[in-house]
Structures are given as structure tokens and as C-alpha cells.
Write a protein of this length. Sequence first.
Length: 350
Amino acid sequence: MHEHIDKRRRAIIGGAAKGVALGGITAAAGHSLIARAAATSPRAMLRAELGQARTIRAGQLDVAYFESGPRDGNPVLLLHGFPYDVHSYQEVAPILASRGCRVVVPYLRGHGATRFIDANEPRAGQQGAIGADVMDLMDALGMPSAVLAGYDWGGRAACVAAALWPHRCRGLVSVNSYLIQDIAHSERPAPARIEWGLWYQHYFQSERGRAGLAANRREIARILWENNSPTWAFDDATFERSAEAFDNPDFVDVVIHSYRHRMGLADGFARYREVERRLASLPPITVPAITLDGDADGVVPATDGKSSAALFAGRRTHRIIQGVGHNLPQEAPRAFADAVLDLLVPTGSP
């Protein structure tokens, strides 16, 4: 299915959506930094569209997240990617909240104000860890089930949760389709054009790459934003607002472990051994799913969805969004929000 996103229409819709933000910014105990930023920065008005800033203890983390919409609404978790943050859902969240959804947008481990509880806990970035984080957060929030939606790391976390705990997932929205990594075969090269776009993943395998990420995290992220979304005309303020999330003290360790583990060059941690064992079989996703590709994605070329069809055992619809790159929810918020709402129609969502 092809959808054309008219830029002027999106701007009008986005402007209207900004009017439905719920609540102000109030930081939970232990994260007064969020409150100070909200009180002093002009960016506070933009953050406010995501809802109220909160933290909650969930598994190994104190998770910082934003929540909007009615507490008894259809629960939706919106999960961001790398190198991005919660602002990918700046326009998606208020659209969904205005349609009666309870919308939760967390900072992933290693990003923003999310923190590890135990200083000695390994800073794991492997897929089993970010998938388990979704379950831990839902448990802490008292969510028996939710629609899980994401892209990049967030899409992978959503796919892991949907595949391993389908009873907790009402539906899945995933950019770039099935994102569970086949680590056993990670040595198989991708086509040269794709390998070229993954330069940073190869860079991060070396200690020079680790040092480079530590020293130049904003510069690396900016290059990735430009390469991943060549048609997205974001401005400096938009980038800097998200780049603050990369100042997390665990950012480098989590990112480096993620990219080394997926290429088979770093061991997983014992806590996630069973999860990774189950993921190694590439379990099919049985819940209703809508998968999205941007046809201007600079890192993962758009497909017709057929190559991953066998990995979706439930009802699945694949859509190509024209003129859009890798950060699809921020570039095409209406298309992303519509995918979530379409999954909710059978459950009686308005």
C-alpha cells in the first residue's frame, strides 16, 4: 500500500495536533533535572506535547517516560530508536491521546533521564535486554497488554516483546518489518550499498570507534540523521533537542554493546541468556501487525514486505510511505499514528 505524505497538509495536521497536549511537565523524585529544563528552556513547550514527565522503577532501570491521554484508554507504548529519542513522537503522541489512547513514550536504556538502578549492573545493549525492558515497564505501569510501536531499536524491542510475549501485545507497528537479529549468521555480508550505510556499526567494533562515540556523539548522530533521512529538512533546534538524550552516562556503553553483540563480537549477559536463546530461532510474530517502510530510508531500503512475510504468522499489512526516511514517526507522524489507530479498530477504539 502506498501513501503520499503531503508536506503542507502534514504541517496543518501537526499544528492542530499540538493543541491536544495533556498536562504540563512535572518531574518525579530523583529526576529534578527534567523539571528544571522544563521551567527554563523554550523547548519545554515542545516536550509538553508528549504529556507529563515521570519516572518509574522497572526491572533494572529507573525509566524516564512521558504519558498522555486517559489512564483508562487503549494503552500504547511508543519506542524510539538510535540515535534518536522521545521527540520522534512529538506529533504522534498528541494525535493518539486525542483519540482516547493512554500513550507512554519512554527513554530507552542509555538515553535521556533513564538510569540503571545498580551501579554494577552490566550496561547491556543486546536485543534481549531492550525487549525485556518493555515487559518490565508494562509490569511497573500495570499494563496487562498494549499496542507496541517503534522503529530502529524501538522497533526491535517491540518485535522481541511481540514474538516472545504475544499475550502482552495487542498489536505491533514496526518500521522496517521484522527486526529480531539473526546473530548466529551475523557474519553474512549485506549488499555493498547497505554495508556502506552501516559504517558506524563497523566503526563501533573497534576501541577507536568507542572513543570516537564518546568524544563525538553529537557529530556522529548528526551524520546519521542526515544519511538515514536524506529528504528530512530538520533544523538545528530539532536535532539539539534530541541530542540532549545522548548525554546519558551509560549511552556509550549501551550503544557499543548493542552493536558488538549483534555482530557476534561481544557476548550477551547472563540475565538475558534465556531470552536470547528463544530469539535465536527467529520466532514468528503472531499478533496483528502493520509494518512500514519509508521509500527514502537511507539505511534500510524499502521493500514490498514479501521477504519477511513468513515471519509474520498473524494478520499483517505492509505500507510504504513516500518521501520519508528512517525516523518515520517524526517525519510522517500522521501515517505512523494511523497505523496504531488501525490496529485498535477491532478492539473498539473510537
